[in-house]
Design a protein. Structure first.
Lengths: 370, 390
């Protein structure tokens, strides 16, 4: 009679054999998807060819054919990237017409801002202290950029420009659009018909027209709506348009979160004796907003890109300063591609980073860590 | 006294009274705000001597629109100029939607390919297009077309009689007459007929259980009306072929750099979003559905058409709607590179007449109206493909 122990012993005595299928499995895993069928082999060849063209083109433009010395004339003759252009223009492209000697102020403000964002992205720091940090960062960046106190010279908003302005427009737009969006979302799911209709009309009208039309409205029509004698700063007008636009889109993301909360939660909150605002504040919104975080991050990425539209109404955002740098009489028509490639890389880095973060959040949420 | 104050308090705690109070407050404050703004506007307009109303629409526009699908000349009215702008907007959006959908479908499927190289290339394509603003791409494509391509005199002949130069793409074109329009209408009619015939025959097959070849009937329903129209009208088919002269190209029809840049920019950017939508739609159909369908003996094509696609469409259609809508709204960026769409024509009109409020009101209403029309159509289509629950 063989027992389990006997079988185990017999197995131990057997000579160690290599599994003959290991090599074949290696083939299956790595090579079969590439050259398994004739069609696949052709696809692989075409892909390799496309990649080779891309890498060769990029390497040639950036390195082998690049012009590294000389000025505009050398670049005009050369066929590759114009590094002297970057050397001459990089500060203008980033900081725009902000006073040259004060660039350190905006640079410092940007570091503070990006640092605060980096800290806010880590779930471990999601506590009330974060608000204190942000209050400090907002105050500090405001003082640094605007000046007028602590011996810093005053810089008018007409000189705020470049990448800091793009960050400012999108950050303030999202920060102020968020509470407005939450209120709109609550109003849209309210039981009171008049309030619901107002919210629906506002949200759908704003989402139904292009951002550029709201920017036009703010820049052309808003001055007409103000009482005589009151003028609104051009930057502030664009900012108001962006806040309104952001609020409508945020409202829809938050509404999605609100709809995902089962009715039992509302009823339980009422049963506990909480009134509407209390049940929203302590029961419904904390859960709804958590669900809405990934779409909200996607909205943020979109808005960072959409702020480039202020170029059209004549504000000097990052894309606009990059384009202005190209029109410098010394460089006009020489470094067009260089400018756009630089701007594209900057946008790509920030947007891709945010996108990767959004995917991380979604994964984490699916796993249900919190 | 005491009873009165009691009832006052009680009234304030009455839920129905409160609901009415809140709504009256909300509506009232909006009306007051509107009145305040209106009084400001009328005062400002009176101060600045700006006319109001829409009479200006029937005045002569006097400006040139570089390219129109609708016949327009500077002696036409502002109203017609704006209409030409609307047609241009729809024209470029429609072509971009078609291109973006085709590209997005291909790239979305490529993203799921088992070939890692193809999947990687599709991934790079999607991320490069999604993470850089559309406006930047529009400027870039426009700059590449205008500065990167040769002048008209040295235009590249990429295909026989197809020229590429810095003033756009020149292709052979048919000289279009009224007869062609009628034949085209007959073709559309044939299409409608063909769909109807196909439906009838499918219903018949389901009812009787007998399979008959449907394609001869469907094809004849599709083809007979246009062929009849062709035989009756017998129009001339004159093809205008572009020829390279010494200084310019003559003949053919031209896609201007502005149109080409806008078309390419809109289509590429939207295709990246659509690719992601298609990918998630196909991924949402479980593997068991493929296997069950094969077990029933359906071929790959039929599996895709009858089993996978109907289920994937349910997931695909709602986000696809918003991506079409945002493409349509993004076509307003045309103003940045000078394609005369609705916004650009309205902007010129506003600058000439000073009537900013009317101009902005018109283009916002048009966008809103068309957006609502697109979403109604897509909602109708969605309700057709949506899950039919008992």
């Amino acid at each position: 009679m063989t027992t389990a122990t006997d079988i185990a012993e017999a197995q131990l005595k057997m000579p160690v054999q290599r599994d003959p299928s290991v090599e074949r499995r290696l083939f299956h895993r790595t090579l079969k998807p590439l050259i398994g069928t004739p069609v696949n082999a052709v696809i692989t060849l075409v892909c390799l060819w496309v990649m080779w063209l891309g890498v060769k083109g990029a390497w040639g433009w950036l390195v082998t054919r690049a012009v590294t010395e000389g000025g505009a004339q050398a670049c005009k003759v050369g066929q590759g990237a114009c590094w002297p252009y970057y050397e001459a223009k990089i500060r203008f492209m980033i900081f725009g017409v902000y006073p040259y000697d004060e660039h350190w102020r905006v640079a410092l403000a940007m570091i503070l801002f990006l640092g605060a964002i980096a800290i806010s992205m880590i779930p471990r720091f999601w506590t009330g202290k974060l608000l204190v940090l942000w209050a400090f960062v907002i105050a500090a960046t405001g003082v640094l950029i605007s000046g007028g106190v602590f011996g810093l010279s005053y810089v008018p908003t007409t000189q705020w420009s470049g990448l800091p302005l793009s960050f400012l427009l999108s950050a303030v737009g999202l920060a102020l659009g968020f509470p407005l969006g939450v209120v709109l979302a609550l109003a849209r799911s309210s039981k009171l018909p008049a309030i619901r209709v107002i919210a629906i009309v506002f949200i759908e009208v704003v989402r139904g027209v292009p951002l550029i039309s709201i920017l036009f409205m703010a820049s052309v029509m808003l001055p007409l709506f103000m009482p005589s004698g009151i003028t609104v700063d051009k930057l502030l007008r664009a900012q108001i348009a962006i806040i309104i636009f952001a609020a409508a889109y945020i409202a829809e993301a938050v509404r999605g979160g609100l709809q995902a909360i089962p009715r039992g939660q509302h009823e339980a909150a009422s049963a506990m004796g909480l009134h509407y605002w209390q049940s929203m504040r302590f029961v419904v919104l904390p859960q709804a907003l958590k669900i809405a975080i990934p779409p909200l991050v996607n909205i943020s990425i979109g808005f960072f890109q959409d702020t480039t539209l202020v170029t059209i109404i004549g504000l000097l955002d990052f894309l606009s300063t990059v384009r202005t740098a190209m029109t410098d009489p010394n460089w006009v028509g020489i470094a067009v591609l260089e400018g756009y490639v630089f701007a594209a890389v900057v946008f790509l880095v920030f947007s891709y980073g945010m996108g990767a973060y959004s995917r991380f959040l979604e994964r984490r949420m699916r796993l249900g860590y919190d | 006294m005491r009873a009165d104050s009691m009832s006052g308090t009680r009234l304030l705690y009455n839920l129905r009274f409160r609901a009415i109070l809140y709504q009256v407050l909300a509506v009232g404050s909006i009306v007051l705000l509107g009145l305040y703004l209106f009084s400001n506007v009328s005062q400002k307009l009176a101060e600045q001597n700006i006319a109001t109303g829409f009479e200006y629409l029937s005045r002569e526009a006097g400006f040139v629109i570089s390219q129109t699908m609708l016949d327009y000349k500077p002696t036409d009215t502002y109203g017609r100029a704006i209409l030409a702008g609307i047609v241009n907007t729809i024209w470029v959006s429609a072509w971009s939607v078609v291109l973006a959908t085709l590209l997005g479908l291909v790239v979305g499927i490529a993203r799921l390919s088992r070939n890692p190289l193809l999947a990687l290339l599709a991934f790079v394509y999607v991320e490069a297009l999604r993470n850089v603003p559309l406006l930047l791409y529009l400027f870039l494509w426009y700059a590449l077309i205008v500065t990167g391509l040769p002048a008209v005199r040295e235009a590249w002949e990429v295909l026989p009689h197809v020229f590429v130069s810095n003033s756009g793409l020149t292709v052979p074109s048919l000289v279009w007459t009224r007869a062609h329009t009628i034949i085209f209408a007959a073709l559309v009619l044939g299409g409608v007929l063909a769909v109807a015939v196909h439906r009838r025959m499918t219903a018949e097959r389901i009812r009787t259980g007998r399979a008959r070849a449907t394609w001869p009937w469907v094809a004849s329903a599709l083809l007979i009306p246009p062929v009849l129209a062709l035989l009756i009208l017998q129009p001339e088919f004159t093809v205008s072929i572009p020829e390279k002269g010494r200084f310019r190209l003559t003949g053919g029809s031209q896609l201007t750099p502005e149109f080409t840049a806008l078309l390419v920019g809109l289509a590429l950017s939207a295709s990246a979003g659509i690719a992601e939508i298609v990918r998630s739609g196909i991924l949402s159909v479980r593997k068991g559905q493929w296997e069950a369908s094969r077990a029933l003996g359906l071929r790959d094509g039929l599996t895709m058409r009858l089993v996978v696609l109907p289920q994937a469409l349910r997931v695909i259609i709602p986000p696809l709607t918003s991506s079409y809508l945002s493409l349509f709204k993004n076509s307003s960026l045309a103003i940045a590179i000078g394609y005369p769409d609705l916004v650009m024509v309205s902007n010129t009109t506003m600058n000439q007449t000073g009537q900013a409020i009317e101009g902005i009101a018109i283009f916002m209403l048009v966008y809103l109206g068309l957006s609502i029309a697109i979403s109604l159509f897509m909602n109708w289509y969605n309700s057709r493909v949506a899950l039919k629950e008992r």
